[in-house]
Write a protein that binds this ligand. Sequence first.
Ligand code: NAD
Ligand code: DAU
Length: 334
Amino acid sequence: MRLLVTGGAGFIGANFVHQSIADHPNVTVTVLDSLTYAGNRASLDTVADKIDFVHGDIADMDLVDELVSGVDAVVHFAAESHNDNSIADPWPFVQTNIVGTFSLLQAVRRHDVRYHHVSTDEVYGDLELDDPDRFTESTPYNPSSPYSATKASSDMLVRAWTRSFGVRATLSNCSNNYGPYQHVEKFIPRQITNLIDGVRPKLYGEGRNVRDWIHVDDHNRAVWAILERGRIGQTYLIGADGELDNRTVVEQILEAFGRDKSDFDFVTDRPGHDMRYAIDSSLLRNELGWTPQFGDFGAGLAATVQWYRDNEQWWRPKKDATEQAYVAQGESAV
Ligand code: NAD
Ligand code: DAU
């Protein structure tokens, strides 16, 4: 199978490329990535001689058309992905997440190429802490941030192109990923690299917000299961029953560094901050037989801490600018 992977120099996309090369030897991979601040060629260094890398924009319709005409399937990861950035400046989110997805859909429609759309549980809005229900494939869309609104828009385009034009698409909406190669702007790598630098972790609000953590390799195994065996037109929710509040996660990171579990600071909360995400992944498990292999979040987190300790050359160049951006966005201790 010839695969076009968009956003393959980003966190989940790079891990997907690594997994594809390791577990699917009959697959050839072309990566299309515009190398925004979030993209990093170095994330693909160990597979550089096994893939084709194209430096370009998913909204460049001529380029996308040419690349799509030469593959059997597209797996679409490329996005502006960070909520805080979407509040500071929403425009790149509209351009990449909506217009970029449109560009890909038109090309797969023209060339009748199989398409898998990678999306987020944030399209469903948030849950109360004591809500007994979790998100399912039939939960109504109710996005809160510019990021999640543009992802929701892109999902709707995919559904419309499937129904109106017969595009052979599947969709997946996954919960919060952790693991190697995640940008230091995101919660877990930010706190790990702060601690390596001797800086106290920073918790938004009261640290009570809950995220449903899944290891990036489990997410990507689910994407492969859907690509190979998913029903056309179907959405699958991906989650590993990993609900934890942010304070508990910070305490576990502090523990991994041998620090007191109260060694963190509360900082300005995110405007419109979603309280809780929680995924019911029964459909994926029952229909496609997927189960997460990283059952123990503590062990996965410890391995992730070790990865950031061992790979400072990968994250160090991005660290100062990331922290300066948080200050520029008005973050301060409360
Ligand atoms: P990321 O920000 O780490 O990587 C995004 C990649 O897309 C980068 O390499 C960037 O250079 C590239 N990119 C951005 N704009 C582009 C454009 N216009 N053209 C080409 N390439 C472009 O993101 P991530 O965390 O790896 O997320 C990947 C996908 O998974 C996104 O669609 C995101 O919505 C979705 N998702 C992420 C999570 C998570 O926890 N990180 C959870 C569920 C779903
Ligand atoms: O749910 C899936 C989504 O998970 C993906 O669609 C997004 O692309 C991905 O970025 C992630 O979104 P979140 O906003 O949940 O992730 P983030 O890492 O930004 O924050 C996780 C939680 O931690 C959230 O409640 C905000 C909080 N937080 C974040 C940072 C950066 C802090 O308390 N302190 C921090 O310094």
